[in-house]
Design a binder for this molecule. Structure first.
Ligand code: PEP
Length: 245
């Protein structure tokens, strides 16, 4: 089976209840889309977004704890996300790796917790600008993938997002050959690591916009996008969804 196509929005620490007014427009576009459409708002908004979107849109979290419950003030368990309607959770976003010193081993434990709760884990990885300049991109990506994907991962419960750190929120995007090279490597490694690695959805993330989405979606082994800034307003996000259709 071919990987499922997915356009996912990561609202990061943006949005409020009023921002949910645009969910109807996004949900309508999602209904007409030839792909799954997911929004990961701040955890506080997951329940309200799901209530508003119903089955028309997938809703996810941006992080989860490695444990199922317990004395971890301020953290959120995967099961709690599931309980309020989430189907997915992002783990290992470069902002979490940087701001919270998360290692790939932490990311694998979070992905395993997500799987245990029945969520699909969107495992993020990507090189820094220094690593790209040093020519070590493929090596960095391979090491992150090997360490971040837990045992028990399958195409049914795992999505991998390649997000070069230097492209996130900067307006800079790797050229198509650079994206193709990394996604080809990820596909090869996933096929070696998982029995159904050929079916794992591979997203590109980093300054995806309406103007570059179609070109990025045409790259082999790119099955969709993880979109930050351009997912915050329906006027920006809907054309990206349509670019996949
Ligand atoms: C992201 O943070 O996952 C992201 C891809 O951000 P942006 O689209 O704003 O670069």
């Amino acid at each position: 089976m071919a990987p499922r196509k997915l356009v996912a929005g990561n609202w990061k620490m943006n949005g409020d209840l009023a921002a949910l007014d645009q969910v109807d427009e996004i949900a309508k576009a999602a209904q007409d889309a030839g792909c799954d459409v997911l929004i990961c708002p701040p955890a506080l908004l997951v329940h309200a977004m799901k209530a508003r979107a119903g089955d028309m849109l997938l809703v996810g979290g941006q992080d989860c704890h490695t444990k199922a419950s317990g004395a971890h003030t301020g953290d959120i368990a995967a099961r709690q996300l599931c309980d309020v309607g989430a189907t997915h959770v992002i783990v290992g976003h470069s902002e979490r790796r940087a701001d919270h010193s998360e290692t790939s081993e932490d990311v694998a434990a979070k992905a395993a917790a997500a799987h245990e709760a029945g969520l699909t884990a969107i495992i993020c990885l990507g090189e820094t600008e220094d690593q790209r300049d040093a020519g070590s991109t493929l090596e960095v990506i391979a090491a992150q993938l090997a360490a971040s994907v837990p045992s028990g991962a399958t195409a049914g419960n795992t999505v991998v997002a390649y997000e070069p750190v230097w492209a996130i929120g900067t307006g800079r995007v790797p050229d198509t050959a650079q994206i193709a090279e990394v996604h080809d490597k990820l596909r090869q490694d996933l096929c070696a690591q998982l029995p159904d690695g050929a079916e794992v959805t591979l997203l590109y993330g980093g300054s995806v916009k309406a103007g570059n989405a179609a070109e990025i979606f045409a790259i082999p082994n790119v099955d969709g996008a993880l979109v930050g800034g351009a997912s915050l307003a329906a006027a920006d996000f809907v054309p990206i969804i349509r670019a996949m259709t």
